[in-house]
Design a protein around this ligand. Sequence first.
Ligand code: 13P
Length: 262
Amino acid sequence: MEQGSLSMKMIIGNWKMHLGIRESVAYARGVLHITVGHDVLPEVVICPSFTALSEVRKVLVRTRVALGAQTMGTERFGAYTGDVSVAQLDDAGCGFVLIGHSERRAMNGETDAVVNTKMKLIAQTSLVPILCVGEPKAARDAGNAEAYVIGQIHEALRGVTLSSSSRLIVAYEPLWAIGKGEAATVADVVAMHTAIRNALKTLYKTIALQVIYGGSVDGAHAYQLLREQSIDGVLVGGASLKIHEFEAIVNAGREVMTAQNI
Ligand code: 13P
């Protein structure tokens, strides 16, 4: 698939470790409410906690909102107490899975090698990986942001076989912009997304690649980000837990798609 052929914008809500089952179901209904009745709609994905996946799935079935998981284990099955395999996520109705989120890299030992193992497991399923990358402040200050992020992507994809029907979402989430209330500038995001596409030039001619941004995205500036051609979507943490903020972000996606005739 050629670059640009998947031009629909994408909005992903990462609920992190928030909401119980009943709250998640209620909130998923709220998200559905935002999306119904619109011809033009970005692709919307919500990623609840594991405990809420199956109940939220029931709400989302036959709707235009998809289900994603926040992480996965590194083995197919077996004696791995507490882990959840990609096959189990598939079974639970997930179409997407986040891997390499910076919070898991920092707090759960998710190294590049672990991310690579997960990529290989996902490649054998129909789930779509949302590969999270992003540089710490020190790397940006030292002028190494692009090298850092491209390095993470190369490590994640090392030896991974992707076919022409494969879809890959790369989520650029600079560490210094996550949960800070201040997103990276549009110019910085565009520059990084361009570098990511260039690094994957040969690959993205054969797979469906989307590059999205995450880090303090809110309803107020989502439009500025989403209107950029190189920003295929946004990965939203805190603001995805406030229904009006999330609605504003989804609406920004709709506005951009309408204005750009997508
Ligand atoms: P915030 O939107 O809260 O900054 O979180 C971003 C994030 O980590 C999404 O995965």
